[in-house]
Design a protein around this ligand. Sequence first.
Ligand code: FES
Length: 295
Amino acid sequence: MATNPEITVEAGRGKSATINLEPLEESLQKLIHQAFASGGPAGQKLKSFLNGTWLGEPLHVILTDIPIGAWTVALTCDGLEILTQQGEFATAADTAIAIGLAGAAGAAITGITDWQDVDPPARSIGIVHGLLNVGATALFAISLVYRRRKSRTNGRIFAALGYAAMSVAAHLGGKMVYEHRVGVDRTDGQALPDKFVPVLPESALPESTPTHAEHDGVPILLVRSGDKVFALAATCSHFGAPLAEGKLVGESIVCPWHASRFALADGRVLDGPAVHPQPCLEVRVRNGQIEVRKP
Ligand code: FES
């Protein structure tokens, strides 16, 4: 279970006070949710687009490469300009900073969209990651202003400071992915059966009710809809929620944690924040047993 995010501050005379960040984080997430919800179906579509549902990967992760790459080029060109005194490197550095700023705007919008559906403890890391990136972007923007005013030394100093902030932010972003598995497909590595195996007596599957079954410890979601039976991996690819506790909407299942929606027929993502489809299983009924296997 995640612990509450807290910071401790010195309150003088050897005393300290602890501030619980959880209410602030929850309010922020609620505010972002409301902003998208106020857009109705169009707001949901925009949210899914920014998550990267259409791409099958988190869009944020791709966009972050733009400022990281562009600002690395900028710093390299700054160095070459100092070494060679050639004006072309100055132009290249300034252009790279401008490109990085445009990329940073895209990375910020997609990052905020993803963060609203991140749970503790990665949620707190996400806030620091975002604030550092805002700081880095501001420093590069100041650098560009100095460069436009022909104050290249100041421009280089602010760019170097921005790069340092961006590097720490990138480290925290890596921590979110590799340590807390944000954006990683939670169904990856699940051993689904290659051959048909029985998972539930047919009589135990009610109509239009998400039902939990299991094979070798891997949870499987079964849904009967008229004469059709659907089977999906029951661990949500987004953050691992039990989809058997979700809600049916027509022939789709809505995740109980962050409301991703998956098509029962093929597991594709209909609404984010999930970007990876749910593994889908073939179903047959033999001797009164529901059997499933990987297609
Ligand atoms: S766990 Fe987040 S949408 Fe399912």
